[in-house]
Design a protein around this ligand. Sequence first.
Ligand code: FEO
Length: 404
Amino acid sequence: MKDTFKAVKIFDDVYWVGAIDWDVRQFHGYLTSRGTTYNAFLILADKITLIDTVKAPFADEMFARIASVVDPDKIDYIVSNHAEMDHSGSLPAAIEGIKPEKVFASKMGAKALGRHFDLPCDITVVSDGETLDLGSEKITFAETKMCHWPDSMITYQHGRQILFTQDAFGMHLAGFERYADEYDRAIVDYETAKYYANILMHLASFIDKALEKLGTLNLDISMIAPDHGPIRRTGEDIAGIINSYAKWSAQEPTGKVVVVYDSMWGSTARMAGAIGEGLSAGGAKAKLMSMSACHRSDVVTEILDAGGLVIGSATMNNDIQPAMADVTTYLGGLKPRNLAAGAFGSYGWSGEAPKNLQKWLTDLGLNVIADPLRVNYVPDADDLAKCRQFGVDIAKATLASLED
Ligand code: FEO
């Protein structure tokens, strides 16, 4: 296989030896429309070091890429920056096949790996800020807890100034090009935001701590090499992603309002359309997302840079519709903040859905600006005018929040 799957040279002494997963579409609820990569990196220092591994089914691909530049037996160290199985799945096979002198992980990483696998060797725990001498190179470890799991850490390669960041600063994007500047910028920007929104949005306080730590370490960074998607190698790209993470962790509101809804016979959809007209007339940028047509992970991506959220459902069996239960459960876990909000929906006789959605918005701590808007059966002209005004009012509240 090493004649087919080749390592990709980053520098003379650093290679990408990961795997490309063109087919994955589901990442525990996250629609990965463009597939992904599981990145692993090989540092050819005096002590040859493998940074992370790949998802288990791709172990052969990783070994082939390694073997295209060095006999895997010659690897001295393995570093596990993150214990989640898309990066550690091949670790048991790697330990078995390579028999490294040492495997390094954070304290929580060693614990997590011990719970995942019956590994044939001990994990050497590294402390926050510890530097490991590889002879011709040095690497330093920094804990970045909860970016994405408690074990997460980043590794800095001093000579080449590469920051290996595991999940942080990554994206789900399959491709043979290894650098972000080789892709369509709009795709890179969207997939970066989608990754942050779906994986890290609820961990904003930990992102802040990680960014603060990066600032304190004051590293010269020539590359950010995450465990998913392409590497950032230009100054603009590196500064851009760090700035984007700072902006997203603050979840600064904008004049965009996302309307998320599902409809049974079209009444709630008509309400959504009229609310959208009002939002637009009120000066907001309205984005309507029917859960019959949109995926939950695209909804949360749109909410990442919104200032308002309007949510609607027809009442079905005394509650919200199943698609709304799906998206509210998902969104609730990701904890969007700083949004003006409102709830709406049509009903026949009991009408619980808008009230239940209003409670969900309130429990989430959002700025609910009006009573739930309900329409019996089918909206008439007066009802639609009320919906439009509801949209105007939410637009005003959203835009007012930008001035606070
Ligand atoms: Fe890509 Fe948290 O694993």
